[in-house]
Structure formats: C-alpha cells, structure tokens
Design a protein around this ligand. Structure first.
Ligand code: HMG
Ligand code: MG
Length: 298
C-alpha cells in the first residue's frame, strides 16, 4: 500500500544552492524560501552552519536566517560540529541535521574525518541539541554506492546509521548522494534497517537523480512504509565533495507522481513550477526537472 499523505522535506535552498558555481545573493535566497513556503512546503532546509571556506555558497547562513520571517514551520539547517551548533543556536534555530557517511572516503572528503572521528564530532552536538529541545535529523550518505569505493554493503550502512540514531536523533535520512541506487536496493536497505530497530516511521529518503532512478526509488520507499521524502525544487543541487553528484529528485517531479497517485502533499504544483522558472532565471540555466520543462511555455 501507499500512505495517504507524504511530508516533503524541501532541500533546494541548502542542497540545491550549495553546489551552484555562482553565489546566489541572500535576498534571492530569502525570496526562494518565501516562495517555497507559499507553494505549501512546510519543511524547508534553509542553509548550513558549516565552515564558510568549505561551502562558500552558504557562508551567508546568519544573514539568511536573519532575513527570513519567523514561522512555526520546521526550518532545519545542517550542523556538523559544536561550532556550527553554537552559530545555529544563536539564531534561534529549532531543527538541525548532522550528516555522516557510510564510507571512509566520503567522510574524509566531506568532513575531514574518518567515520569514527566524525561520529565523535557529532555526539556532543546531538547531546547538547537534544538537551536544548531541538529536533535532530541524521543523514547518512553514500547508502547505495560511493564514487571512490563502489558498492557499499548494506551492513556497513546499517552500522553507521544505528550509531547515529543511538545518539538520540529523531529521523534518519538515507542519502543516495550520487544517485546510483535502484529500487531493489532501497527495499533491501529499508528492510535491514527495520531489522536493526530503525522502523520506516523514523526514515526519510534523499535521492539524487543522477541516473534517473530517484522517482522509482521513492516509490519503492513509499511501499516500504516511508512517509518523508527529500526533494529539491527545480531539481537543482548536488554535493561539491561527491564526484558525479547532480541534482536531487525535483520536487515538481515528486508532486506530479504523488498527485497522480492520490497521495496528499499540500503543495501547489503551479506555484512551485513558477518558482523554479524564476530561480532558473537567477541561476542563468533551465531547470533540469522534466515536469518544470513540460509545464513551461515552449
Ligand atoms: P576542519 O577543517 O577539520 O575544521 O573541517 P576544524 O574542526 O579543524 O576547525 C578549523 C577551523 O574552522 C577552526 O577555526 C574552527 O573554528 C573553524 P580556527 O580555530 O582555526 O580559527 N570551524 C568553523 N567555522 C564556522 N562554522 C563551523 C566551523 N567548524 C569549524 N561549523 C568541517 C571540518 C566539518 C568543519 C568541514 O569539513 C566542513 O565544514 N564540512 C562541510 C562540508 C559540507 O557542507 N558538505 C555538503 C553537505 S553534505 C551533503 O550534501 C550530503 C547530503 O545532501 C546527503 C546526501 O546527499 O547524501 C546531506
Ligand atoms: Mg544531498
């Protein structure tokens, strides 16, 4: 069966804009977030409190949060370490996401740490955040394959995921960072996590569409009981530290499929498409989303 309702966890302002060659002005980012909210997206990952030299595209995190109107809706931000948590708490952030890796190579490239060292870095972040009453998501990346290490065994993913969830995180987002996964892998991974005590009710899926598999993988995850799906409006994005990573599943492509299946998302597709067309103008290139292309005048 399929769920009646799916929560879309929008990552365009963060995963989308972190990989752009040009630095998008903070006013444009603020308008992007406002338009996404107006289109009915309730959960919007806005930015990252990472080292500004590592991701210069998001170095304006403080300014952006300062420019956004207060809302009761979830506005998670990425936080890798205690320095990032301090910055987020100073701005009144209530939802954070730590981001680990299933593989050593990506942990090293993305976090300058081994997997063990990165978990040691995250532990006090989660402990302090939970003590402050924050909601904490844990991403685990490279769950379906790694550009340097190739196939990633499911037990390896489960082991890292479990160590992150045991810290006290409320949600686990499964990142197919380079988009190589296929639906059978997704079903098997969700099954193995369930056996390890991490049920589908605590999972989200985060698919990049590099190989055109994101929607099929999403459908497999929904059939396995997942009800939170990450997507990026316009399909922009990718990770600057992951070779061959391209954009996330486009939010419009996801909404088109869910509308057709009669699954409620609360999102207005027309408003989302006009947001992507507006953003494409700011970025200077068309949206890679098939739905945006199909619904745009020729
Ligand atoms: P490091 O160089 O090892 O940092 O980087 P450090 O701990 O050695 O600290 C060095 C200096 O940086 C210190 O300053 C710190 O204060 C400062 P100094 O004492 O030398 O003057 N510093 C910071 N400043 C501001 N904010 C901070 C911060 N941290 C340290 N938060 C670090 C380690 C983790 C910081 C770095 O590797 C980093 O920022 N990495 C982030 C990379 C990133 O954002 N990647 C993209 C997101 S992940 C992704 O896209 C995948 C995902 O979408 C899921 C999927 O698709 O799979 C989530
Ligand atoms: Mg990503």
């Amino acid at each position: 069966g399929l769920p009646d309702r799916v929560t879309i966890y929008e990552v365009g302002p963060r995963d989308g804009l972190q990989n752009e060659k040009t630095v998008v002005p903070v006013e444009v980012k603020a308008e992007f977030v406002a338009r996404l909210a107006d289109a009915g997206l309730t959960t919007i990952e806005t930015t990252s409190f990472v080292h500004p030299k590592w991701v210069p595209q998001l170095a304006d995190a403080e300014e952006l949060l300062g420019a956004l109107p207060a809302t009761g809706d979830p506005r998670p931000v990425l936080v890798p370490n205690e320095r990032g948590l301090d910055r987020a708490l100073a701005l009144g952030v209530r939802e954070i996401a730590i981001f680990g890796s299933a593989t050593e190579t990506f942990a090293r490239r993305n976090l300058n740490r081994t997997v063990d060292e990165s978990l040691t870095m995250f532990a006090p972040v989660v402990e302090r955040a939970r003590a402050e009453g924050l909601w904490v998501r844990a991403y685990v990346s490279m769950v379906c394959g790694d550009p340097w290490e190739g196939d990633v065994p499911i037990p390896q993913v489960v082991s890292v995921a479990k160590r992150m969830m045991d810290m006290g995180c409320q949600q686990l987002s499964l990142g197919d960072t380079i988009g190589v996964g296929t639906p059978g892998q997704v079903t098997a991974l969700i099954g193995a996590l369930g056996e390890a005590g991490i049920g589908a009710d605590r999972l989200a899926v985060h698919f990049h569409d590099t190989y055109g598999q994101a929607l099929s993988n999403t459908l497999a995850a929904l059939r396995a009981g997942v009800t939170t799906v990450d997507a990026s409006t316009g399909g922009i994005g990718g990770c600057p530290y992951a070779e061959s990573a391209t954009g996330n599943l486009a939010t419009e492509d996801l909404v088109w499929m869910l509308d057709g299946l009669g699954v409620d998302t609360g999102v207005d597709l027309g408003k989302l498409v006009s947001t992507s067309r507006w953003m494409a103008g700011r970025l200077g290139r068309p949206s890679p989303s098939r739905v945006v292309q199909a619904l745009s005048p020729k």
